[in-house]
Write a protein of this length. Structure first.
Ligand code: TRP
Length: 373
């Protein structure tokens, strides 16, 4: 693989992602200022993830907003593949989804795809992914979605309802389309070949359950887009509106230039990490700093390649003046990596302590959110 090449599929993100190229490859649209302003006006404030470009692309968000304005029932749909513990990179699209739920007073459907993770990972048993699903559920509830407007389901626990929709989708998707869209091969198992229909099904679930004309918006990371291509293709054939989408970049890990990934635990911050874990991981993070303090003072650091700076910029420092100060002080050598890391660790520990408190409380709230059949 050449240096600049990258691969983005629902199951693999490799290489340095060029988001401009990805927009063209996937055929999604860049988020415009006009659309951002419309959302901010409705919400009453501009979400930092929009301001900082963490959410950067969409499909027919303009039409979804028009539907909202003309009184069509608008809902949100997002999900999680429970293949392990939850880390900060997973929380961010959910936090943004809550912002949208509050802004548009929209019902949210939240899918946990234990079936997907069982089928795709040779090493996971069904009971393992199910237990991840119920563990992840606590992190989802901790986000604080409106209980009366949020329906969370685990696929194996809601299969009867989903299956009826999924087979309608599946009937319109050929093996060759699935191969071209997801990279399946003749040695892929037949379960995973069918799975895209299960992930597309919730795009049409609200219409089935609520029995009215509904426009779905999916906030998620950009790697999920292949599913929505399938869903959008099939939608008119089933008599539904095409789901719209709003897509985020990947949250980088604390290592060098890669997506935060559970498979590299030392560069990921999990929601059950203890303060000392957070301290250690951030202390060992990849930075743009010089090897010695003396050199840092003389030459300055490079925030553009620094994972710690990315954390301030995308996730933890939303004051424009302050983030600019970090950038400039790093460049000039006034700021030393150790101090910069320690400060970030304090912020992250505070955030995590708060999340963990809400996660504990979530244990008593499961029945308010979870639906099964
Ligand atoms: N496939 C997703 C994952 O692996 C889980 C998922 C299901 C999802 N439905 C979704 C993600 C809708 C975003 C939006 O994480």
């Amino acid at each position: 693989m050449a240096e600049q090449e990258f691969v983005v599929t629902p199951w693999e993100v490799r290489g340095e992602v060029d988001y401009g190229k990805l927009i063209r490859q996937f055929g999604v649209s860049p988020l415009t200022q006009e659309l951002i302003d419309k959302i901010a006006a409705k919400a009453g404030y501009l979400h930092p993830f929009l301001k900082r470009g963490l959410f950067f692309a969409h499909r027919e968000l303009d039409l979804w907003l028009k539907s909202y304005e003309s009184g069509v029932n608008v809902v949100l749909y997002t999900g999680r593949g429970p293949s392990g513990k939850t880390h900060i990179g997973h929380l961010t699209p959910w936090m943004f989804t809550k912002y949208l739920q509050d802004a548009f007073n929209a019902t949210l459907y939240f899918q946990l795809t234990d079936d997907e993770k069982f089928l795709i990972h040779p090493e996971h048993s069904l009971s393992e992914v199910e237990s991840f699903a119920y563990d992840n559920l606590l992190d989802i509830i901790a986000i604080g979605f409106k209980p009366e407007k949020t329906k969370i389901f685990v696929n194996t626990g809601y299969a009867k309802t989903l299956y009826k929709i999924a087979i309608q989708v599946a009937k319109h998707v050929t093996v060759s389309t699935a191969k071209a869209t997801f990279g399946f091969t003749d040695s892929s198992n037949i379960g995973i070949l069918f799975f895209p229909a299960m992930q597309a099904a919730p795009c049409f679930l609200p219409q089935e359950l609520e029995g009215k004309d509904t426009h779905v918006l999916i906030p998620c990371a950009i790697d999920q887009d292949p599913y929505w291509r399938i869903a959008r293709d099939v939608a008119p054939k089933l008599g539904y509106r095409k789901p719209a989408g709003i897509f985020s970049r990947f949250i980088p890990g604390l290592g060098r230039g890669a997506k935060m990934s559970s498979s590299i635990p030392e560069t990921s911050i999990f929601t059950d990490d203890k303060p000392e874990d957070i301290d250690r991981k951030i202390w060992n993070a990849f930075t743009g700093g010089q090897p010695t303090i003396k050199e840092q003072r003389e030459k300055g650091g490079n925030p553009d390649i620094c994972s710690v700076y990315q954390y301030y910029y995308y996730l933890f420092e939303f004051d424009d003046a302050k983030v600019k100060e970090i950038y400039e002080n790093c460049r000039s050598g006034t700021l030393i990596c150790g101090d910069c890391k320690r400060k970030l660790a304090e912020i992250v520990k505070k955030f995590m302590a708060e999340h963990q408190r809400k996660r504990e409380k979530a244990k008593d709230l499961i029945d308010k959110y979870l639906i099964r059949d």
